[in-house]
Design a protein around this ligand. Sequence first.
Ligand SMILES: Cc1cc2nc3c(=O)[nH]c(=O)nc-3n(C[C@H](O)[C@H](O)[C@H](O)COP(=O)(O)OP(=O)(O)OC[C@H]3O[C@@H](n4cnc5c(N)ncnc54)[C@H](O)[C@@H]3O)c2cc1C
Ligand SMILES: *[C@@H]1O[C@H](CO)[C@@H](O)[C@H](O)[C@H]1NC(C)=O
Ligand SMILES: *[C@@H]1O[C@H](CO)[C@@H](O)[C@H](O)[C@H]1NC(C)=O
Ligand SMILES: *[C@@H]1O[C@H](CO)[C@@H](O)[C@H](O)[C@H]1NC(C)=O
Ligand SMILES: *[C@@H]1O[C@H](CO)[C@@H](O)[C@H](O)[C@H]1NC(C)=O
Ligand SMILES: *[C@@H]1O[C@H](CO)[C@@H](O)[C@H](O)[C@H]1NC(C)=O
Ligand SMILES: *[C@@H]1O[C@H](CO)[C@@H](O)[C@H](O)[C@H]1NC(C)=O
Ligand SMILES: *[C@@H]1O[C@H](CO)[C@@H](O)[C@H](O)[C@H]1NC(C)=O
Ligand SMILES: *[C@@H]1O[C@H](CO)[C@@H](O)[C@H](O)[C@H]1NC(C)=O
Length: 600
Amino acid sequence: MKSYPPLWLCFLVGFTQGQSDEAWATLNASVGGRLHAAMPFALPCYSLYNGARVEADEVACTLIRNNYTTNSIHAEAPNGYMQLQGEMCLGDPSDQCTLNNTALPASEPAPGVSCNQGSVPSYYIEVLEISDINAALNFTKDYQVPLVIKNSGHDYMTRNSQKGSLALWVHKLQGLTFHEDFAPEGCEGDSAGRAITAGTGVSTGDIHIFADKHQSTFVGGYSPTVAASGGWVQGGGHSVLSPVYGLGADRVVQFKIVTPDGRLRIANQCQHEDLFWALRGGGGGTFGVVLEATHRVEPSMPVAVANIRLPSDGTSERSLEWIELLANQSLVWGKQGWGGHAGGLYLTYMNPVPAMANLTDEGAAAKASMSAAAEFALAAGGSSVVEVLPSFLAVWNKYVLPSALTTAGVTRILATRLMPRKLFEDEAGIAKLMGFMVAAQKLGFDPRNFYCPIGTPFVFEHGTNSQLSKSSSLTSVNPAWYNALWDVSTSLTIPWNASYAERLQNLTAITRATILAEELTGTEGGTYPNEANPFTPNWRESWWGDNYAALLDIKKKYDPEGLLKCWKCVGFEDDDISSDRFRCQGKLQLDVSSNLELGS
Ligand SMILES: Cc1cc2nc3c(=O)[nH]c(=O)nc-3n(C[C@H](O)[C@H](O)[C@H](O)COP(=O)(O)OP(=O)(O)OC[C@H]3O[C@@H](n4cnc5c(N)ncnc54)[C@H](O)[C@@H]3O)c2cc1C
Ligand SMILES: *[C@@H]1O[C@H](CO)[C@@H](O)[C@H](O)[C@H]1NC(C)=O
Ligand SMILES: *[C@@H]1O[C@H](CO)[C@@H](O)[C@H](O)[C@H]1NC(C)=O
Ligand SMILES: *[C@@H]1O[C@H](CO)[C@@H](O)[C@H](O)[C@H]1NC(C)=O
Ligand SMILES: *[C@@H]1O[C@H](CO)[C@@H](O)[C@H](O)[C@H]1NC(C)=O
Ligand SMILES: *[C@@H]1O[C@H](CO)[C@@H](O)[C@H](O)[C@H]1NC(C)=O
Ligand SMILES: *[C@@H]1O[C@H](CO)[C@@H](O)[C@H](O)[C@H]1NC(C)=O
Ligand SMILES: *[C@@H]1O[C@H](CO)[C@@H](O)[C@H](O)[C@H]1NC(C)=O
Ligand SMILES: *[C@@H]1O[C@H](CO)[C@@H](O)[C@H](O)[C@H]1NC(C)=O
């Protein structure tokens, strides 16, 4: 058995000020004993914790080492973060508790190395009741302890944890309900059609299975463990089916939420419309604690798939040619309804449009549409499969799950930029795009690692496609989404044991690439906050464009005391960068910014 340190040690490491043991005990009593000290995920592998001796737990450690990159064990755990930047203190390499992730099983820590708390909260509450949330809000108000919301832990942006905080762990809110004809509460006579209500903790994979049982298709993200009614939908939520059916934020018809004043509210097109708008793209962790969301679903349908791959040992030059080919084709593909993921050496695209997803002719039109890409790959010694499967779940099981289950345990930083359709309309635009690829390559981003989700609502008719009568498909995402074709991602993985200087070098490089991408698109582009570089300088405009000012007003209305605050969320202030609360990001941000000014 692991011997946990006494409560006083948590105070020392947690930097929580002003509360006594008694206050925590009172909080614990008011949440039915579901307040727990939060420990770093890999602690069972260590025999030092925050500098004090503890006993390692070999059985638990073996499971963690074998499954260090497995999403589900992180997603299910109150202290599990998919990306290491969620648990380490990114700006202080000694303040972390990670394992060497360069091979599996992840190796044991070197003797004498301490597992340190990093940005893992001091305590968490396993949320089962609304009163748990109220108790936490009261506690935050009384003792100024930062409050954070932790769901699946997928966040790239360090918004799901904070050093010294109290976390609301909402993963246990797991209800699923199917509605043949959903009526948003209080909207007399209005119907949203077929829909699924999912508790905020329900994983995307579980919703796909549930939808299929009800002969329906859920328009959801690519990772089975992402919480669709959590940060995904609140940040926008793209899917491979979004080009035809819209973003998660376009499709959600109702939220149940506890706002920071402690009130349970329904937000939909007839009640708290401002809040409803803000929750459809304004970002998680900002406007309250969402309990559940109701998403429109489509009938079950066949889906065409194209899985085209170049040999994995291709050169960077070959990869640049491939990306140019994808860019050449993409306006036509966009109009035809293809979504999916493009890579430097592959594409995996999907299309639900009946003319493409035609089981009778075995996808003849889909094959014709993909012929240039298939020929290119085959000529290079690669492979091509274009086929039609009877349902999205069949596509999910065959094409998504095999590669989507083990992406955890790394410090992956994404920098995405929405690329307006204009860039794909003529040779000059494509030349500019390719110029960006070459410039990014010079900064250290090999085109073979190019990655681009194709999930913008390109065919979907924003504002008119809803079955609801009013303007219910108007969202608060950056308006650039509705005019973009690609969401180009320049990414890197910071080595688990990188020094401060190495982290700063990597983050400076990716921020330079972020700025290059901004220059390429100007304000016609934008950035998806759920898949953004946390060190982006110009974040308000990048994440939300002209919507920021209205989002800030709504934030101030529902959270006047600023009880919920996260890194570069609506309401985050420039002063917060140098605050103690955000010191795990702040010093790096200041150093990245000064590197950029110095041009070094
Ligand atoms: C491997 C991988 C694949 C991905 N694929 C896609 C994809 O295909 N499409 C896409 O759009 N995105 C994708 N994402 C990005 C994903 O949408 C974001 O990481 C998102 O923030 C995850 O939300 P979460 O609630 O699951 O995670 P968490 O990290 O637990 O939470 C994320 C943010 O939302 C807040 N939050 C969570 N639950 C609530 C709640 N109930 N109430 C209020 N705030 C809440 C948290 O406080 C935090 O700020 C992917 C991410 C990863 C790591
Ligand atoms: C809260 O109470 C429960 C049940 O009494 C106990 O198991 C748990 O350790 C307590 N939490 C803390 C942080 O003391
Ligand atoms: C962890 O790894 C072991 C061995 O590799 C495997 O048998 C087990 O199923 C994994 N557990 C989880 C929860 O993924
Ligand atoms: C990490 O693991 C790899 C592969 O097992 C090994 O080669 C390397 O030396 C390890 N690094 C450290 C710092 O332990
Ligand atoms: C929170 O505080 C309010 C006002 O003081 C009080 O009425 C309410 O009962 C408290 N809720 C919980 C769960 O502690
Ligand atoms: C892309 O289109 C341009 C202009 O038609 C053409 O010159 C170029 O060869 C094409 N690239 C690829 C890789 O097909
Ligand atoms: C599917 O293919 C069959 C056979 O070619 C054709 O008759 C039918 O019209 C096609 N359906 C659609 C929706 O294009
Ligand atoms: C990280 O580990 C690698 C070996 O895996 C080693 O070469 C490197 O020096 C280490 N970096 C730091 C900063 O310790
Ligand atoms: C990131 O840093 C590592 C060393 O820590 C280095 O090998 C790699 O090239 C860097 N990548 C970029 C894109 O800067």
